[in-house]
Design a protein around this ligand. Structure first.
Ligand SMILES: N[C@@H](CCC(=O)N[C@@H](CS)C(=O)NCC(=O)O)C(=O)O
Length: 237
């Protein structure tokens, strides 16, 4: 999108992020901070009050007709400010333009495509999370069929991520992946940044449980894995 009728305030700085600390805002905030660490990238942050619907006002709709954050404004030439909308598209734009060494992206076409595939996967799945919240908790009267439908849809989406990360379909190796995109165990990239912020409670829960000494010991392969402890195997004669 090419912005024309700009409010002077918005053209003052070369790179600006209009955001709020929501999952879609966070993913772009994270990439900007990562780019700062690697390249010293600087930008201006502008916070949008979603409670008062600032994002539905005319000035904002000129930048993003979808009336949602995040929006990235980039002054590409003296008189031209580009408005980039849709969080995953912003991640791709920033990575392509400001991450020259591909620290958060990939050199090879197939790995680059993997990152885009997983960005698309989550971008198209994320709205289902909102639908699930609505039909499971937000309706005045319970609608059991709808609640069950959206819950199943969400569980299916989570199971796709889980099985991808588990590496179970990686052929013989079945090595768990560390990141969503990239060969082998993968590499931290925009695909992870685009997905991770949508799981704040789940992640805290996983970390909280995983940090318990009893849990660490209770899942210790050195103690409980039959390959490492063949002496503990029980076999019927
Ligand atoms: N597909 C859009 C969704 C953006 C979105 O849903 N933003 C939310 C905050 S996470 C928002 O602005 N909500 C306020 C509203 O809908 O008016 C993207 O990825 O950028």
């Amino acid at each position: 999108m090419q912005g024309k009728e700009f409010i002077p305030l918005l053209t003052k700085y070369p790179l600006q992020l209009l955001t709020e600390n929501t999952p879609n805002g966070k993913k772009v905030q994270i990439l900007l901070e990562e780019l700062y660490d690697i390249y010293g990238l600087s930008w201006t942050t502008r916070l949008i009050d979603l409670e008062t619907d600032e994002q539905k006002k005319r000035w904002f709709l000129q930048l993003n007709p979808n009336g949602r954050i995040p929006v990235l404004l980039d002054a590409v030439e003296a008189e031209t400010v580009v408005s980039v909308i849709a969080s995953s598209a912003i991640l791709i734009y920033l990575q392509e333009k400001y991450d020259e060494r591909n620290v958060f992206g990939f050199h090879s076409a197939h790995e680059k495509s993997q990152a885009i595939q997983w960005l698309f996967f989550w971008h198209s799945s994320a709205p289902a999370q909102g639908h699930a919240r609505h039909f499971m908790k937000g309706t005045a009267e319970p609608i059991p069929y709808a609640a069950q439908y959206v819950q199943r849809a969400m569980l299916r989406i989570y199971s796709v991520l889980e099985s991808h990360l588990s590496g179970q379909y990686n052929g013989h190796s079945a090595v768990p992946r560390e990141y969503l995109a990239g060969d082998g165990v993968g590499k931290y990239s925009i695909a992870d940044m685009g997905t991770w912020p949508h799981f704040p409670h789940l992640l805290q829960w996983i970390d909280r449980i995983a940090a318990r000494p009893g849990v660490r010991r209770g899942i210790d392969a050195g103690k409980y894995d039959s390959e490492e402890n063949p002496g503990l195997l029980v076999r019927a004669e």
